[in-house]
Structures are given as C-alpha cells and as structure tokens.
Design a protein around this ligand. Structure first.
Ligand SMILES: [Zn+2]
Length: 255
C-alpha cells in the first residue's frame, strides 16, 4: 500500500460525457449497476489511473506492466450503483485483488444510500461517505499517516499495530505466499549481493557502498513493493547482521 494523490478536478472525459450520463441515469432508474456497462473503464480513465498508481496495484503493490489490470471500485458498484462512474471511487488493481475484494466493503458506521445526487455530483462524494460510514479498510487516496503503522520482517511478512491496517492486510490478503515470497526475495537478493561483495573485496568498502546506493536509486515510485524496499532502508536494524549493519546505516543516513 502507498499513499496516492489523485486530482479530483481532473476527471477523465469519458466519465463526464453524455453517453456515461445515460448509463448513470439508467442505473438510477433500475437501482442497480448494469453488468454490461464499461463506461468506467474507457482508455482515458485507465491511462490516468495507471499514471497515478505508477502501473501498480493499489492494494498489493504488484507491478501491472505485464499482468491483468482492473479498474476497481473502492465502494463496490453492486452495493453503490450510483458510484460506478465516480472518479473518486475508481482505483487500479491487479486481477487477484480485484476478484478477492468482490462486493466486500466492511464499515463501522451507517451505510449510505442513493439520495438524489445528480450526475455532476458523483465524482466527489467519498470523503463525506467516509466520515459517515467509517470504512474498516484503507483507501490509498484518502487515508493518511498509516504507513508508519506498517511493519515488515525479513521473510516479507507484513503486520501492523493499527486496527484499520490490520483489517486491510487480512481482507486484501497482503500476506498471501506469492507476495510474501516476492518481498522476501527482494531482501535476500540484496543481502546476498552485499555478502558476496564483502567476501570478495573485504578491504574495499566502496564496492559495498555502491551496491547499497544502487538499491536506493532503484527504489523509485515505479518499482514493485516500494513500501517494503523503503522499510528495509528505514529500519536496517531489523534486517542486517553485524557484518553489514554499520555500513548499510552509514550509506542510508548519508542519503
Ligand atoms: Zn493486487
């Protein structure tokens, strides 16, 4: 999970045009979202979301470059038929997370219902709904400050002391073996390469420093599992043994 910034005034054209308005009106009339409507996944919306989410899944941070990508509704369109085309309700997700989430939307407050909102109103309703419904899962676009409650260990396991983050980890299955193993591999590959250099060039710390610098440079917004990589750099004590720890700390503080 990451904190994502979306400009709610920059609504993709296809979500605002008259064809979408017709689809919106028929959803209101029938009281349900048509399974056949694809107005929320036109190419302009998809491209904008790919840009905002750095082509990664909003929930698990897996790269979507080659895999399936879905436009997911944070509030499921089956339960909130009037929010199917709402810009502030659309996020990018991978195949697994999309199917896993389905129509599940746990809340602690009162479920909101359609109350006469016009087509032009639908793109910015979520913050008000959040206040009233108190969702139990994190929304990467609206929740802030939760990253400090996310912890990882060397095996790539994610955990938290915060209830909302905990629920999100559980609901989104963020410890499923595929993700955990891929995170673990990021750390072990990094550590192994540092150890190899340490054995080969015991007197030349510059070589090891370069490898750490490379890892830092590669930790960009676009990279998979950015949050885990950042965490390794921020909490080296939790990851490295005494042979590597001082040098990792030195390079990391310098950056
Ligand atoms: Zn995912």
């Amino acid at each position: 999970m990451r904190e994502i910034t979306k400009d709610l005034s920059k609504i993709p054209e296809s979500l605002k045009n008259s064809t979408t308005e017709k689809h919106f009106n028929s959803a209101i009339e029938s009281g349900e979202f048509s399974k056949k409507s694809d107005r929320y996944k036109q190419s302009d919306t998809k491209e904008e979301l790919e840009d905002i989410y750095h082509k990664k899944c909003a929930y698990c941070e897996k790269s979507l470059l080659d895999g399936f990508k879905h436009i997911d509704h944070f509030r499921p369109k089956k339960l909130y038929h009037w929010l199917g085309y709402s810009w502030d309700n659309l996020i990018l997700s991978c195949d697994y997370c999309n199917v896993n989430k389905r129509d599940n939307f746990p809340i602690a407050g009162d479920k909101q219902n359609y109350s006469g909102e016009e087509f032009s109103d639908i793109h910015n309703l979520s913050s008000n709904y959040d206040r009233l419904e108190k969702p139990l899962i994190i929304n990467p676009e609206r929740d802030r400050g939760y990253l400090k409650h996310i912890e990882f260990d060397k095996s790539g396991q994610i955990s938290s002391d915060d209830e909302k983050v905990k629920t999100t980890i559980k609901e989104s299955k963020l410890n499923r073996s595929e993700l955990r193993e891929r995170r673990e591999k990021i750390f072990t590959d990094f550590q192994n390469s540092l150890n190899r250099k340490l054995i080969k060039f015991p007197k030349n710390l510059a070589v090891i420093k370069d490898t750490i610098e490379e890892f830092i440079e590669d930790t960009t917004d676009d990279v998979e599992f950015y949050t885990f990589r950042r965490y390794i750099l921020e909490k080296p004590d939790k990851f490295f043994e005494r042979n590597l720890l001082p040098i990792v700390k030195k390079v990391v503080t310098r950056n």
